[in-house]
Design a protein. Structure first.
Length: 169
C-alpha cells in the first residue's frame, strides 16, 4: 500500500480535522495517510519544500506568522509568497480552502492547484484530491466477494438456526 504525506497548513482545528477526514476517505484502501499539521507560515514553507510532502492543503487567511508566544494572523500577501516559494522549489499539489471569491484568482496565479470557498462541496474536494494525486475512483466491492465467514454472516446464520430449531407447541 502506498503512503501519502499530507501537510495541513491550517490553524483552525475544525477545518483541519474535516480536511484530514476527507483525504483519508479518498485514500481508503489505496494509500495510508500521514498527516502533518502546522498553523505557521514559516513552518509550512519549510515542510512544504521537503521532498516527503505529497499534498499540501492550506487555509491562506488562517495561518499564523511568527513563532513567539503571541503569533499574529498572517496576511494574504504572506500566503501568496509562501505558495510561490514552495512551488518554485518543487512540484507538489497544493489546494487552498476557506478562500473568499476575490482571493481565488490571486491564489491560482501564485501556483495553487485549486481554491475552495469556506463552505465547499465535500465531494468536489475529494474529486480534486483524486485528480491532483492521480488516484483512481473508489471501486465498490461486490457483495458476492465478501467473506462467507464474516461476523455478520455468522451472526445471521446463527439467528436463522435458532429460529428453525425452536420447538413449536
Amino acid at each position: 500500500m502506498n503512503r501519502l504525506n499530507l501537510l495541513l497548513g491550517i490553524s483552525e482545528r475544525r477545518i483541519s480535522n474535516l480536511i484530514e477526514i476527507l483525504v483519508h476517505d479518498v485514500c481508503f484502501d489505496q494509500a495510508t495517510v500521514n498527516s502533518i499539521k502546522t498553523s505557521r507560515v514559516d513552518e509550512l514553507i519549510f515542510r512544504g519544500s521537503c521532498d516527503e510532502t505529497d499534498l499540501i492543503v492550506m487555509a491562506p487567511d488562517n495561518l499564523l506568522v511568527g513563532s513567539n508566544q503571541r503569533p499574529a494572523r498572517g496576511s494574504m500577501a504572506e500566503a501568496l509568497s509562501a505558495i510561490r516559494l514552495i512551488k518554485s522549489q518543487r512540484i507538489v499539489p497544493l489546494i487552498t480552502v476557506a478562500v473568499s471569491p476575490e482571493q481565488e484568482l490571486p491564489l491560482l496565479e501564485a501556483g495553487a492547484d485549486s481554491a475552495f470557498a469556506s463552505f465547499f462541496d465535500q465531494e468536489a474536494f475529494k474529486t480534486e484530491v483524486r485528480r491532483v494525486m492521480r488516484l483512481p475512483e473508489k471501486v465498490e466491492i461486490p457483495a458476492a466477494s465478501y467473506s462467507r465467514w464474516s461476523m455478520a454472516g455468522l451472526w445471521m446464520r446463527g439467528l436463522h438456526w435458532l429460529n428453525q430449531s425452536k420447538i413449536k407447541v
